[in-house]
Design a protein around this ligand. Structure first.
Ligand SMILES: Cc1ncc(COP(=O)(O)O)c(C=O)c1O
Length: 492
């Protein structure tokens, strides 16, 4: 490749252009529907990709055309296509065209937004787009927002700020060997995402300090059980640190009763963190805004534009009314990071653990401007309508049983052939059926465990997903269910 290098050691401008144009053409076709040509779920077994990769790094420069060909031949077969319209697993997402353009520019600029000075636009754009989002979601004016990579990190930072509020000494003294510091407890429903328990592990609260509160018949936190757990912990000498309410749980997208939870927090003192990673976006729609009711009383709230707002992964928003507390928890400025503006501007390194930060706001800005609030709402409504049609179909199909309400765009259900009553057999049958449907390469669904047993999940969130895709999903499900029923010996 030495002939491709410019004098500076970069690629020559002409070579960069040639390579980039080929890639952009490929991505344009991919986003325009070519993604459908690939099986949505990668058809490789473990290590099948790695055996085709050299074990040592190249000693000398590889030719860029060869690298491109290896991408097509070696890498692509091992890709699961999250941007495929048939991707309906976990939470369906879309790295949309405008978002990809923002990413491209961010990569080209390669700024590090650790300090205001290290790229003023990166900081100011971030603060401004998050203000747009705060206002569009009707969250309190004056709340401060900043970006992180994922909801897992945003939630961990929220709980770290809660710890700072509860124990201002902790930053200096740590938590070990402190007779003055009772053990801390964090409460979330048993439907909360595993990232909350992981945050407890990372923050020294430990899994012993994590309380999984039972859910009600619609998978929402049981607030009476929350009150009881807090009272029991207090009586045992523990300090309730935080309650995490989930708006849009991972399995069923249920919404915890935030107003009642906020009331408990106000009475008993713990921090209220809201995990709205998936469903926060839905609150842009007036008819779904109810899901954030009560959140104006939260101490921190996370939602992920990379889940259902068409922004390429990764992009997670953390909002809080307590900007100062986050800074108190995390700011630590060595001489080499001071600037003439220190103390007069927002330096984003002060709000979390990481120093270096990507220019994530650029892709978010691109998406918000290219779609507009109304454009995003229109697309969310289409997804919700598709999910509701699917739910209605499941309700009418004798072989299927819906297992949870459908507040947004995720449907949980299972196949239940007449005569099959054994719980283990039903679970096995549904997991087998899932594998069969996923082997089609046309759709990719995931599963979870609900009160009734194993549930299949269809999560609609891709911009390219149409009625035809959902109909095809239904056909595959019906076909697999019919044959599963037959082999279960029901004759149906
Ligand atoms: C409710 C909820 N919270 C948090 C997460 C974790 O998100 P991330 O991958 O951004 O850490 C998820 C992931 O699906 C989720 O559903």
């Amino acid at each position: 490749m030495s002939d491709n290098r410019g004098d500076s050691g970069h690629l020559s401008a002409d070579e960069f252009r040639r390579q980039a144009h080929r890639m952009v053409d490929w991505i344009a076709d991919y986003l325009d529907g070519a993604a459908r040509e690939y099986p949505v779920l990668a058809r490789v077994s473990p290590d099948e990709v790695s055996v085709r990769l050299p074990t040592a790094m190249p000693e000398t420069a590889d030719d860029l055309d060869v690298i491109w060909q290896d991408f097509l031949d070696v890498v692509l077969p091992g890709v699961t296509h999250w941007n495929h319209p048939g991707f309906m697993a976990y939470f369906g997402i879309t790295g949309s065209g405008p978002g990809v353009l923002g990413e491209l520019l961010a990569a080209g600029l390669n700024v590090n937004a650790m300090l205001w000075r290290t790229s003023p636009s990166a900081t100011e754009l971030e603060l401004r787009v998050l203000q747009w989002l705060r206002d569009a979601l009707h969250l309190p004016g004056g709340w401060f927002g900043f970006l992180n990579d994922t909801a897992s990190i945003s939630s961990m930072l929220g709980l770290a700020a809660a710890r700072e509020a509860a124990d201002p000494e902790g930053r200096r003294r740590g938590m070990a060997g402190r007779p003055d510091l009772p053990p801390l407890a964090v409460y979330a429903s048993d439907q909360a995402h595993s990232s909350i328990a992981k945050a407890c592990v990372a923050l020294g609260i430990g899994l012993d300090g994590y309380r999984a509160i039972p859910h009600d018949a619609e998978y929402r936190m049981d607030v009476t059980a929350l009150r009881d757990a807090i009272a029991a912990d207090r009586a045992a000498g523990m300090r309730p640190l935080a309650v995490v309410a989930t708006v849009g749980t991972t399995s069923t997208t249920s919404v915890d009763p935030v107003p009642a939870i906020a009331e408990v927090c106000a009475e008993h003192g713990p921090w209220l963190h809201v995990d709205a990673a998936y469903a926060g976006t839905a609150a842009l729609c007036p008819e779904h805004r109810w899901c954030l009711d009560g959140c104006e009383r939260a101490d921190s709230l996370v939602f992920n534009p990379h889940k259902w707002m068409f922004v390429p992964i990764d992009c997670s928003v953390l909002f809080t009314p307590h900007q100062d507390l986050f800074r108190r928890a995390f700011s630590l400025v060595p001489e080499y990071l001071t600037t003439p503006q220190t103390g007069r501007v927002v330096d984003l390194m002060d709000y979390g653990v990481q120093l270096g930060r990507r220019f994530r706001a650029l892709k978010l800005w691109w998406v918000l401007r290219a779609f507009g609030r109304q454009g995003i709402i229109d697309r969310l409504r289409r997804h919700v309508a598709l999910a509701r049609e699917l739910a209605a179909w499941i309700d009418d199909e004798p072989l299927f049983e819906r297992l949870a309400p459908v507040p947004f765009s995720v449907v949980c259900f299972r196949v239940r052939p007449p005569g099959v009553t054994d719980a283990d057999q039903l679970d096995r049958l549904n997991l087998d059926l899932l594998e069969r449907v996923n082997a089609s390469g046309e759709v990719f669904l995931s599963h979870t465990r609900l009160d009734a047993g194993i549930a299949l999940r269809v999560a609609i969130g891709n911009l390219g997903t149409t009625t035809r895709d959902v109909e095809r999903c239904r056909a595959l499900l019906r076909q697999a269910a019919t044959s599963a029923s037959a082999s279960a010996g029901t004759g149906k």
